[in-house]
Write a protein that binds this ligand. Structure first.
Ligand code: PMP
Length: 439
């Protein structure tokens, strides 16, 4: 009997023994291609000697020191490097231990900014349906998945949700892609006006939606319009790049491809590549200075903020992503993966859409390709796909459709950036075996 809580499945899980490059091995010696890097985490694959050396070195120096007493070289160097690659205007970093913490810090910083600048009436957040921002209470409140929110709804900060920008599901036949993007972006303005023009402190969105919808980028022009609306009403734009950031979509920050700068951006997952738990919240000088020259203190903090060992690991990861050319490699391999998936499954009667950016790809499963009707969620197609892909030696991330039919079952692929051409064939073959069995 296992005493580990929680158990994610009723059946016993294999025990992980080791990892090497793009492969995971369980204790019985079975090999799995790491098709989703866990939850889009392991961008460098497993056993990276440089990252391991950086961690060992840091452990020999000093594993941990509290940030109220000391800063550390790894934290300072990592911050410098992140800022040197961040969108223009972003110039401060706050290191935490994961994605939810980064989003929680983002929300609190945005709220404190308005308290410090004399607008405490701004207490409402607007977010989007079909989104996930984490499981702590603030982050959970902003997430747009009704099932995840339901039990905790009475505990939540004031959040309302506008439509996602999800072309496959949302665009009507009568409108162009551009018109569609503007229509759903303009929902933000309508919602701000409905709530009161000076009541909203932040709008929260994932530039490329991850787990809830399966690698869905917004259409061109959408985020430009969102930025305009936020500026017009003085609302802070918080981008959640926890899953899609750190090179995953082919640029270090996903928002680079939208041509906009957020006020605050959250990253995690690929930032530590799984070697250490780490996340970060980055913000603009405007926000930082309001607090620095106001109360002088961001009213937040955790024991492991700026953890030196986590920062040392992350610095080694970021060096490989940027100086080592892995972000560009991700963009290149991502294009090849998309082509291969399209070639293999593009005409399949139950595959509705294959999408994404970089090595962040989603495959949406439908019962009827013509009408885009999803399978009945009760059939739990995603669970069968998870079982069969795993049996075929591919660990990937199938997710269920929503009960309201907003989206169907989908498979999320987020393999390591070090993957090679022959691995693309392997992924497609193994996926094909599972798809043939289940669909
Ligand atoms: N935001 C997004 C977009 C995510 O995908 C996730 C994790 N799946 C989170 C936030 C929360 O991150 P964590 O699980 O590290 O707390």
């Amino acid at each position: 009997m296992s005493h580990v809580f929680p158990r994610h499945t009723k059946s016993a899980l294999p025990t992980i023994a080791r990892g090497e490059g793009v492969y995971l091995y369980d204790r019985d010696g079975r090999q799995y291609f790491d098709g989703s890097g866990g939850a889009a985490v392991s961008c460098l694959g497993h056993g990276d000697a440089d990252v391991i050396a950086a961690i060992k070195h840091q452990l020999d120096e000093i594993a941990y020191a509290h940030t109220s007493f000391f800063t550390s070289d790894p934290a300072e160097q990592l911050a410098d490097k992140l800022i040197s690659h961040a969108p223009a205007g972003i110039n401060r970093v706050y290191f935490v231990s994961g994605g939810s913490e980064a989003m929680e810090a983002a929300l609190k910083l945005a709220r404190q900014y308005f308290v410090e600048t004399g607008q405490p009436q701004r207490r409402h957040v607007i977010a989007r349906k079909q989104s996930y921002h984490g499981n702590t209470l603030g982050a959970l409140a902003t997430g747009g998945n009704a099932w995840r929110r339901a039990p905790f709804a009475p505990l939540m900060v004031e959040t309302t949700h506008i439509s996602a920008c999800f072309e496959y599901r949302g665009k009507t036949a009568e409108e162009t892609t551009l018109e569609y993007g503007l229509r759903v972006a303009n929902e933000l303005e309508t919602e701000i006006q409905r709530l009161g023009e000076d009541k909203v402190f932040a709008f929260v969105a994932e530039p490329v939606v991850g787990a809830t919808a399966g690698a869905v980028p917004a259409v061109q022009g959408y985020f430009k319009r969102i930025r305009e609306i936020c500026d017009q009403y003085g609302v802070l734009l918080i981008l959640d790049e926890v899953m899609c950031g750190m090179g995953r979509t082919g640029t270090l920050f996903a928002s680079e491809q939208e041509g906009i700068t957020p006020d605050i951006v959250a990253v995690a997952k690929g930032l530590g590549a799984g070697y250490q738990p780490i996340g970060a919240m980055l913000c603009s000088a405007k926000i930082y200075e309001a607090i620095e020259f106001g109360s002088g203190f961001f009213q937040h903090g955790h024991t492991y903020v700026g953890h030196p060992t986590a920062c040392a690991a992350s610095l080694a990861v970021l060096t490989k992503l940027t100086d080592g050319g892995l972000v560009e490699r991700c963009a290149e391999m991502g294009g090849k993966l998309q082509d291969a998936l399209q070639h293999a499954f593009g005409q399949h009667p139950n595959i509705g859409d294959i999408r994404g950016r970089g090595l962040f790809r989603g495959i949406e499963i439908v019962e009827d390709r013509e009408t885009k009707r999803p399978f009945d969620p009760a059939r739990a197609i995603h669970k069968a796909l998870k079982k069969e892909t795993f049996a075929a030696g591919l660990a990937c991330y199938p997710m269920g459709g929503t009960v309201d039919g907003q989206n169907g079952d989908h498979i999320l692929l987020a393999p390591p950036f070090i993957m090679e051409d022959h691995h693309i064939d392997e992924v497609v073959t193994k996926l094909g075996i599972a798809i043939d069995k289940v669909l």
